[in-house]
Design a protein around this ligand. Structure first.
Ligand code: PEP
Length: 252
């Protein structure tokens, strides 16, 4: 059975002390409980990585970053490399989040470069894709996702695909309170799995974890996760409240 994942994306929230305190309470919660059916990941700002890594050691929570540089090292002021992320103990990095695509103009080519670099550094990549509202209204959502995956991800050799988790995040649902219906999510996830199958074969497609993201919360998580091609969630706002995040992680 393929891996289920619930990953929290803290975005640019919480100072160092607040973040470490929050991570401690999440870590403690999951240590005291039987292991959830889904792997739980905290994707924190860079400054929290090292501290959170120490907190979660030998526990049930994993760690990821939210972005990485497109270059391995050197004169790139303000950037944080995949190697630096890996050296904190983090195992994952989110690449291609819609906020990076839109506010920082990260295009498919750049995201492809970041993905290759992260994988070659030994990080697993949560690769995000998603259409904006107009694209869905015009019925172009499938073609947009196909392009994002073909250009951003499908240049990877087959053996690297086990380091990939795909997150489908319709941009119109992120932080808006609007959620894709379970049927809309299933349709897209099934389509994405089909694209992976065409490119990498049936086994790779069957093993690919595909997350849904976009206003996922305790009240809708179970229904979304009940769909056969929805393998968990990438959670923004609700990952900042321990009870909500825990409820989502336990929604399987
Ligand atoms: C996200 O940032 O990846 C996300 C899904 O945000 P939210 O859950 O707040 O919509």
């Amino acid at each position: 059975m393929r891996k289920k994942i619930v990953a929290g994306n803290w975005k640019m929230n919480m100072n160092l002390q607040e973040g470490l305190n929050f991570a401690r309470s999440v870590d403690q919660y999951f240590r005291e409980k039987p292991a959830p059916k889904a792997e739980v990941i905290l994707c924190t700002p860079f400054i929290h990585l090292q501290g959170v890594s120490e907190i979660i050691k030998n526990g049930k929570v994993e760690l990821g970053a939210q972005n990485c540089a497109a270059e391995p090292s050197g004169a790139f002021t303000g950037e944080v490399s995949a190697t630096m992320i890996k050296s904190t103990g983090a195992q994952y990095v989110i690449i291609g989040h819609s906020e990076r695509r839109s506010y920082y103009h990260e295009d498919d080519r750049l995201l492809n470069k970041k993905t290759l670099l992260a994988i070659n550094t030994g990080l697993k990549v949560i690769f995000c894709c998603g259409e904006v509202k107009e694209e869905r209204e015009q019925g172009r959502h499938l073609i947009i996702i196909k392009r994002q995956l073909e250009e951003g991800l499908f240049t990877l050799p087959a053996e690297s695909m086990k380091m990939i988790v795909i997150a489908y995040e319709p941009v119109w649902a992120i932080g808006t309170g609007l959620t894709a219906t379970p049927e809309q999510a299933q349709e897209m996830h099934h389509y994405i799995r089909g694209l992976v199958k065409e490119k990498y074969g049936r086994e790779c497609a069957e093993e690919m974890t595909i997350l849904y993201g976009g206003s996922c919360k305790p009240s809708n998580a179970a229904e979304l996760f009940s769909k056969p091609d929805v393998d968990g969630g990438l959670i923004g706002g609700a990952s900042l409240k321990k009870e909500d995040f825990a409820a989502i992680a336990e929604a399987f």
